[in-house]
Design a protein around this ligand. Structure first.
Ligand code: 5CA
Ligand code: ZN
Length: 416
């Protein structure tokens, strides 16, 4: 699918180097990039109720990563999926009486406009699952033949059997172990599997945690031809196949919200190792959850603050971006009405603080150095914001340099 227009990226004097990023699997900071290209995969939206502030925070976090990589002189190859066929999307379409295709298309269009307004650099590859059904089906077929997948009889379908990933068979045949990414124990995994789209109760599975790879067609559900009969892909396999196709194995960073650590990222990494024999990524990165009214902002709870609604109310998208950046990407935080007021006041201070040169002000080049250091250390945007608050208060000798730094590294273009 087409993505959205690229924001301008000004150049910045001086030099930087690749950032360290926290890796969930090793629970440590890793630099990760080898060579001159950083390869990034971030799990994209399921297109309904887009784009809420939690989505926006996650994509702004990886946008910051991309900006810091680029500032270090690296080329970035960025892929993102769109889960445009999945149970919750179909349920929403049925509940609201629209076709799932129209719902997905309309929501992807809204997401594009929201991302553009937030100056998020678009992915180079923006791939909807429905564009890659054939390669996904071929991957599942191969896993069946190689013994890392098995079928489960599906009486409610005329189209043959569902197909599941065989965790134990994969562990025995490829260099991958369940739990190596999340570090969770079995009990936690079973609870999360039930909560997040898995079906540990389904009978006929070899292990309750084995995830669905291919769902045989059910009456009234969209389906596609495949070597396994008509059906549609499971969830985790979509990200494994899209990531491997677009970026190859062993890429730099797999990213997404911490709600995806298990089962989604753990199992999509498992599928990818079963398919390629190599690790999926070097760093498994996760953003914290944005809450609203005391609970995780989520489509299922309906406690949403939508970027598009704020924009419709006349909120400057730079305020939204700044509100996100005052939080560390790995923290859980809560959106409140004060969040936006604070960001609006800060934007105003920066807009007026970096207009004209101040003789005895701070040295812009040194502020930029501190800014780069903060961001290279696991994308410490709260520290970057503090550094800039301080500089805005004192003024700087070369405001244009700082304005470029804010635009390039934080994605905020101050008034001219
Ligand atoms: N389509 C799948 C990923 S393959 C999915 O999780 N879609 S989503 O629309 O539910 O979420 C899109 C992205 O936003 C994911 O990376 C998810 O982890 C992240 N996300 C969802 N809710 C929040 C939240 N409250 N705070 C932070 N990030 C969130
Ligand atoms: Zn995903």
């Amino acid at each position: 699918m087409h993505a959205w227009p690229r924001p301008e990226l000004p150049s910045l004097p001086g030099e930087s180097s690749a950032p360290c990023l926290f890796d969930t699997a090793s629970q440590s900071l890793i630099e990760a990039v080898t060579g001159d290209t950083a390869r990034l995969y971030v799990c994209g939206i399921t297109p309904y109720d887009a784009t809420h502030m939690g989505h926006a925070a996650t994509y702004v976090a990886y946008d910051t990563l991309q900006r810091v990589w680029r500032d270090a002189g690296l080329t970035v190859h960025y892929a993102q999926n769109i889960t445009d066929i999945d149970d919750p999307l179909l349920e929403r379409a049925t509940d609201t009486g629209v076709s799932w295709r129209d719902l997905a298309d309309e929501q992807v269009e809204l997401f594009r406009a929201d991302m553009e307004s937030l100056s998020v650099i678009p992915p180079d590859e923006f791939v909807a699952v429905t564009e890659v059904i054939a390669p996904i089906a071929a991957a599942v077929d191969r896993m069946l033949r190689e013994g890392t997948a098995y079928t489960v009889a599906t009486p409610e379908s005329d189209e043959g059997d569902d197909v599941y990933f065989d965790i134990a068979a994969a562990e025995a045949s490829v260099p991958w172990t369940l739990g190596e990414e999340s570090g969770y124990d079995r009990q936690t995994m079973e609870a999360l599997s039930a909560e997040r789209g898995g079906d540990p109760e389904r009978s006929g599975k070899r292990d309750p945690l084995d995830p669905l790879l291919w769902r045989a067609a059910r009456e009234g559900e969209p389906s596609w031809r495949s070597p396994m009969g008509d059906g549609r892909p499971g969830w985790h396999i979509e990200c494994s196949v899209i990531a491997l196709r677009e970026l190859g194995a062993d890429f730099t960073v797999q990213g997404g919200g911490s709600d995806l650590i298990f089962p989604h990222h753990e199992l999509s990494a498992g599928h990818a190792v079963a398919l390629s024999g190599k690790p999926l990524a070097r760093v498994f990165s996760h953003t914290g959850m944005v809450a609203y009214q005391g609970e995780k902002m989520s489509k299922s709870l309906g406690n949403l603050v939508l970027v598009s609604a704020l924009r419709r109310d006349g909120v400057d998208p730079r305020q939204i971006r700044l509100a996100i950046l005052e939080n560390h990407y790995r923290s859980d935080w809560e959106w409140t009405s004060e969040t936006l007021t604070r960001a609006a006041q800060r934007l105003e201070r920066w807009n007026t603080g970096f207009i004209s040169a101040v003789d005895n002000g701070e040295i812009a080049a040194s502020v930029v150095r501190h800014l780069r250091d903060a961001l290279r250390m696991d994308l410490d945007t709260p520290e970057a914001v503090r550094i800039l608050d301080d500089a805005a208060e004192h003024g700087v000798d070369e405001p244009s340099v700082l304005r470029s730094a804010i635009e390039l590294l934080l994605g905020i273009r101050l008034n001219s």
